[in-house]
Write a protein of this length. Structure first.
Length: 340
């Protein structure tokens, strides 16, 4: 048995142990932390190795560090917690799809992993039209606030955390570390402005007669390679694979919680975008930029030690207490203890 695979499986299990997230054999392979990839069979075989069994246990199909069997029940419960939170996120995304310049809404972090605690919030990543990030951010924030779902002060449970905005011109994540590689390998889109409408795609295929759905990319049901989500995946897969060589973004994403696009939504969004652009859209964007930057600079949390805050025309990121550094330090410490 290749000792490198054993080492990689162990260090992967340790990392996700810190996240309180036991993995199936397929998940260990898919999210394997390694320098080079391998096949699923190699991971399945290695999990039966006695050397690994000295550190890793299995229960109900999940693998975890010895003595951490409680994580299995916790993951199952967190999966149930996530169902309700996904429905909340879906309802918010349903409204956001009408807003001007919103191109994609996705959940990240614990909800994307389906590993939410009962009282946790919901992290959104919002993609806005290039050149309209300040206008888009204001509209999204106002909408979520009016819906009574914006996280602020001590209002956390089931609230939407709007801490990450990027544009269609800057889909590549700037901070590329292990924590980000994990977060964006689980990202789950709720709304994508370029997803083909199933009903319209079906109608188009019938009108074309001899053209079948699988022969014409424009009639594929679900997410096509032109979708914002797939463009996001293409922009980020290169650096994510340096941490997780077996990971890849699929062309299609599970649509259980995705918001359907209809003609009314598209028409409403285009109408308000045209209205804003007609009445000095660029001037509005510049004015909002000055106002929001002033507010960001006056916020003490902007200067908190260890925080990650960025405010440009392409990225609006507000993470005063990022967890990536703490998690990686703990991971390195555990690797040393177990001599991995």
């Amino acid at each position: 048995m290749d000792s490198t695979i054993i080492k990689n499986i162990l260090q992967t299990t340790i990392y996700y142990d810190i996240l309180d997230f036991p993995l199936t054999s397929f998940e260990i392979w898919k999210y394997l932390l390694a320098e080079s990839g391998c096949i699923l069979g190699d991971v399945v075989e290695a999990l039966e190795n006695n050397e690994l069994k000295n550190h890793i246990e299995e229960f109900r199909g999940f693998y975890f560090l010895k003595g951490r069997r409680d994580l299995v029940g916790q993951r199952i419960q967190n999966d149930k917690n996530s169902i309700a939170k996904f429905k909340t996120a879906e309802r918010v995304a349903w409204w956001l799809r009408f807003l001007p310049f919103v191109r994609m809404v996705a959940v990240t972090w614990t909800l994307a992993m389906k590993n939410c605690e009962k009282d946790s919030d919901i992290d959104f990543l919002v993609v806005l039209e290039r050149g309209k990030i300040w206008t888009g951010r204001l509209l999204v924030t106002l909408c979520v606030h009016l819906l009574g779902r914006r996280r602020y002060d001590k209002k956390i449970k089931n609230r939407i955390c709007l801490n990450y905005f990027i544009t269609t011109g800057s889909l590549e994540i700037k901070k590329k570390d292990l924590f980000a590689a994990n977060e964006y390998s689980f990202i789950y889109p709720l709304f994508d402005s370029k997803v083909v409408i199933p009903s319209e795609a079906l109608a188009k295929s019938r009108n074309l007669g001899e053209v079948r759905l699988h022969e014409d990319p424009s009639t594929v049901l679900g997410m096509t390679k032109n979708s914002v989500f797939c463009q996001f995946g293409k922009a980020n897969i290169g650096w994510i694979e340096k941490y997780k060589p077996n990971f890849e973004y699929g062309d299609l994403k599970p649509a259980k919680y995705s918001v359907e696009i209809k003609s009314l939504q598209q028409g409403t969004q285009r109408f308000f975008e045209g209205l804003i652009n007609l009445f000095w859209g660029d001037r509005i964007e510049l004015w909002l930029k000055r106002k929001q930057i002033k507010r960001i600079k006056n916020n003490p949390l902007t200067y908190k030690k260890g925080g990650y805050v960025e405010y440009t025309d392409e990225n609006l990121i507000f993470l005063p207490e990022p967890q990536g550094g703490r998690i990686e330090e703990e991971w390195q410490r555990k690797l040393e203890v177990l001599k991995v």
